[in-house]
Design a protein around this ligand. Structure first.
Ligand code: NDP
Length: 292
């Protein structure tokens, strides 16, 4: 079994980005600048955003963290977003999800200028991705593709089963892997909570991508020998032996699945760090992205 080491691989990606930033600076170009907006004090969201800001510093980007009160109105948030859209210093920005219930996420996503939408969540960018135009690919699916690429795991003609159909992971990775492209050309089955006989389906998969957010859901008896397992899930599970009071758990029961898998991502240290590295990559891509 080969561990798909997202920590090591994301480090390589970040070193490559840092070298590009250095070259940009040396040639008198502008230092890339990523901004992150966070509303409220959700612990997991704060952790993710802080990791993103720290990663910016590591590669030599400028970064701004815009931390807003949880009671901010939708109108006030829209004004902040308009400010970021217009701010020429900022190349790209993200609005960390989830947002508080009184704010409509769709309204906020639509307000982000697609040319600065480095999360790739705006409908314009989702449409471009589906039509295979150059665009920002959402960071988690982008990270999965990069991990497969760097470990030379071909997806050509493979049966990929995706568990979960969210807009940020399940849906885009299903589209990307079924495209006529390198690290595409797979036969993709997308599954969700209404799927019947899921085990019958996962057992036929060459590659399984788990993105549902249920700790340890995929068990060894649900996979065939030699399958490649990508675990996107990250759930905080109460654990009093930890200083923080919790541990992070993936959607895969690592103990029973890893003995059957040919390749598997750990949690933590798999898809998570790749997601952050690819957000940086998207920020770099703002330099060449065209408004079409
Ligand atoms: P969502 O929470 O938005 O959706 C979960 C999906 O799983 C839904 O499509 C749901 O089906 C499906 N599902 C739920 N229960 C079952 C079940 N019993 N059988 C089959 N399908 C089921 O998913 P996200 O993509 O936002 O997040 C998934 C996990 O990935 C979470 O743990 C999240 O924290 C993590 N994550 C990790 C990232 C990383 O960087 N590593 C990035 C983003 C997310 P239905 O549509 O029918 O409700």
């Amino acid at each position: 079994m080969i561990l798909l080491d997202g920590k090591k691989t994301s480090q390589q990606v970040k070193e490559e980005i840092a070298a590009e930033v250095k070259a940009i600076r040396e040639s008198g170009g502008k230092t890339p600048h990523l901004a992150a907006v966070i509303v409220g004090n959700n612990g997991a969201s704060m952790t993710y955003v802080n990791h993103k800001v720290k990663a910016c510093q590591m590669v030599g980007f400028n970064s701004s963290l815009i931390h807003l009160n949880e009671y901010i109105t939708e109108e006030e948030l829209l004004i902040k977003i308009e400010g970021l859209n217009k701010n020429e210093e900022i190349d790209g920005f993200i609005v960390q999800l989830p947002l508080p219930d009184h704010i409509d996420e769709q309204v906020i996503l639509l307000a982000i200028d697609p040319i600065k939408d480095v999360d790739g969540f705006h409908p314009t960018n989702v449409g471009k991705m589906a039509l295979e135009f150059p665009t920002f690919i959402p960071a988690t699916p982008f990270g999965i593709l990069e991990l497969l690429k760097r470990y030379s795991i071909s997806t050509d003609g493979q049966h990929v089963v995706v568990v979960g159909r969210s807009n940020i992971v399940g849906k885009p990775i299903s589209v990307l892997l079924s495209q006529k492209a390198d690290y595409g050309n797979a036969t993709v089955t997308i599954t969700h909570s209404k799927t019947r006989n899921l085990t019958d389906i996962t057992k036929t998969a060459d590659i399984i991508i788990m993105a549902l957010g249920v700790p340890g859901f995929l068990k060894g008896d649900m996979v065939k020998d030699g399958a490649v397992i990508i675990d996107v899930g990250i759930t905080r599970v109460k654990d009093e032996t930890k200083k923080s009071g919790f541990r992070l758990s993936g959607d895969v029961d690592f103990e029973t699945v890893s003995v059957k898998a040919s390749h598997i991502t750990p949690v933590p240290g798999g898809v998570g760090p790749m997601t952050i590295a690819m957000l940086l990559k998207n920020t770099l891509l703002t330099r060449t992205m065209k408004r079409i």
